[in-house]
Design a protein around this ligand. Structure first.
Ligand SMILES: [Zn+2]
Length: 282
C-alpha cells in the first residue's frame, strides 16, 4: 500500500467509522514521512484531544507546525483569515495555571487550534490549551498575549443591527431604575452608547482600546475616555452600568464586578453578558 492509500484508509477510519485508535496507528506509521508528517501529526493531535489527553495534543499540533510552518495552506483552505498563516515560532505569552475566579490549580481540559476558527489573529500563538477548574467549573485559557488589546484594535463601524438589541436591553432595565446616567465599560463600536443617547441617557463610556475611543469621539461626539477598567477610578456613581462582552476579557473578573457594584448608584442596575468562544481571552 502506498503512503497515500494508507492515509486515505486512516481518514476513513477516523471520520467515517470512528475507529480512532486504529486510525491513530496508521497516522503514526506515516508521521515521519517527509510529505505527510505535518498532516499526520495534526491528525494525531486531534485524536489525542478526543482521547482526553490535551497536553499531548498541544505538543503534537506544534510538531505539525514545525514540520510545515505554512500548513495552513493545506488545512485551512476554507477559512479566509487563516489560509495564509505561517507559524514563525512561539511568542512569549502570559501563563495562567490557577483559576482566575477561585485560585485553584486548573487541569488540562481541551486543546484548540485557533486558526480553525474565523477571526484568527496571526500575531498570537495558534494553539490554545484550555484548563478546567474542579472547584468552580470555570474553563480558562492557560496562555494569552500580555498585550492582547494592542493586537485586537481593528476599527469597526457601528452596526445599526445592534441598535434594536440595545434598545431592548435598555427598555428592560427601566423596570429596575429610571435613573438617567449610564456608564458603559468596553464601548467597542459605540452601538450601545448611541442607542442610550438616543433615548435620553446622560452617557459616559470607557474602552481599553484607544482606537475605539478616538472613533467614538470623532464620529459620534460621545463622552468617552481610554481606560483599563481594572485601574479606573471614579467618584461619580451611575444609575445604569453596561458591561457587554467584558468579563470574559478581564484577568480578574470578580474584582471587575466588585468595582462595577461600587460605581453603581443606590437602586442602580448593572447589565452584563458573556460571549464565550475559543478566540477570547482569558
Ligand atoms: Zn475556580
Amino acid at each position: 500500500m502506498t503512503d497515500i492509500q494508507t492515509l486515505e484508509q486512516a481518514e476513513n477510519l477516523l471520520f467515517n467509522q470512528s475507529k480512532i485508535e486504529e486510525a491513530a496507528e496508521l497516522y503514526l506509521a506515516l508521521s515521519n514521512s517527509k510529505e505527510l508528517a505535518h498532516f499526520c501529526n495534526y491528525r494525531l493531535a486531534k485524536i489525542a484531544n478526543l482521547l482526553g489527553d490535551p497536553e499531548t495534543a498541544y505538543a503534537l499540533y506544534y510538531k505539525a507546525f514545525e514540520y510545515m510552518p505554512n500548513l495552513a495552506m493545506d488545512l485551512y483552505t476554507n477559512i479566509l483569515d487563516s489560509k495564509d498563516y505561517v507559524f514563525n515560532g512561539l511568542h512569549k505569552e502570559k501563563e495562567v495555571n490557577h483559576c482566575p475566579l477561585c485560585g485553584k490549580l486548573g487541569t488540562p481540559k481541551w486543546c484548540y487550534p485557533l486558526p480553525e476558527a474565523t477571526g484568527f489573529n496571526h500575531a498570537i500563538n495558534p494553539i490554545r490549551l484550555w484548563l478546567y477548574c474542579d472547584e468552580c467549573h470555570h474553563v480558562f485559557a492557560r496562555d494569552y498575549p500580555e498585550q492582547v488589546f494592542d493586537l485586537n484594535n481593528n476599527p469597526r463601524n457601528a452596526d445599526p443591527a445592534y441598535f434594536s438589541y440595545y434598545s431592548e436591553v435598555l427598555s428592560n432595565l427601566r423596570q429596575y431604575t429610571n435613573g438617567k446616567t449610564l456608564f458603559e465599560v468596553g464601548i467597542g463600536a459605540s452601538e450601545c452608547l448611541l442607542a442610550a443617547r438616543e433615548v435620553g441617557y446622560d452617557c459616559f463610556g470607557i474602552d481599553v482600546i484607544e482606537r475605539h475611543v478616538e472613533d467614538a469621539r470623532r464620529r459620534y461626539e460621545l463622552n468617552v475616555e481610554t481606560h483599563d477598567f481594572v485601574k479606573f477610578v471614579s467618584e461619580r456613581k451611575y444609575d445604569v452600568i453596561i458591561m457587554g462582552d467584558v468579563l470574559e476579557h478581564v484577568s480578574k473578573p470578580i474584582e471587575a464586578i466588585r468595582k462595577a457594584a461600587e460605581l453603581l448608584a443606590d437602586d442602580g442596575a448593572l447589565w452584563g453578558q458573556l460571549r464565550i468562544s475559543t478566540v477570547h481571552f482569558p
